[in-house]
Design a protein around this ligand. Sequence first.
Ligand code: E4P
Length: 226
Amino acid sequence: MKFFIDTANLEEIAEAKSWGCLAGVTTNPSLYAKTGGALADFEPHMQKIAELCKGLPVSAETTATTVDGMVADGRRLAALAPNIVIKLPICEAGLAACRILADGGIRVNMTLIFSATQALLAANAGARYISPFVGRYDDIALDGISQLADVITCIKNYDWSGKNPDGVVEIITASVRTANHVVQAALLGADIATVPMKALKKCLHHPLTDAGIAAFEADWERVANA
Ligand code: E4P
């Protein structure tokens, strides 16, 4: 399973990228709002992320609500850099815009997926990536991982060649809150998990590893000072 980072924060992206295991970035309007950026800076900001992560897919989300608006936003954002993927919400307009963008060779990440039927519709409309949300299900005491399992099984049952610019559909486990979400997604065979920095650090650190590093450092200092 590949790791994406779910943030629009340039420092977090640069740090995760420096680890050498980052495969992509996802953003959304709320994540951009968190950076404190102005509307006029949105596209230059997305361009900076795409430049920082050259060759890796970077999802930029439209905020339009009509098919024409989504297509226009999608074309404009996709023209910013070759690695930009257009994030569209699953809805009637999102599906129609997805088909138009996919037919034009633009990769789409269909977001806000909460059911297997939504995932199947998105894949048939040309989505290159599908983002089922896990944490928001758990937030309302429902089982996000079992919904993810259904999405994975349904999508993996079919061949998507010819349906989108790459002929493959990858599932991005989204709305990840915990390291356990990441493990469960990998056990189910999700292609990707997009993880916020806080949860990425939880995936990375283990108390026994941290204690082991501290002990080696202390012992080596004793050797150096002997
Ligand atoms: C997906 O790409 C979204 O950006 C994201 O995972 C949303 O997660 P949230 O539920 O933590 O807002």
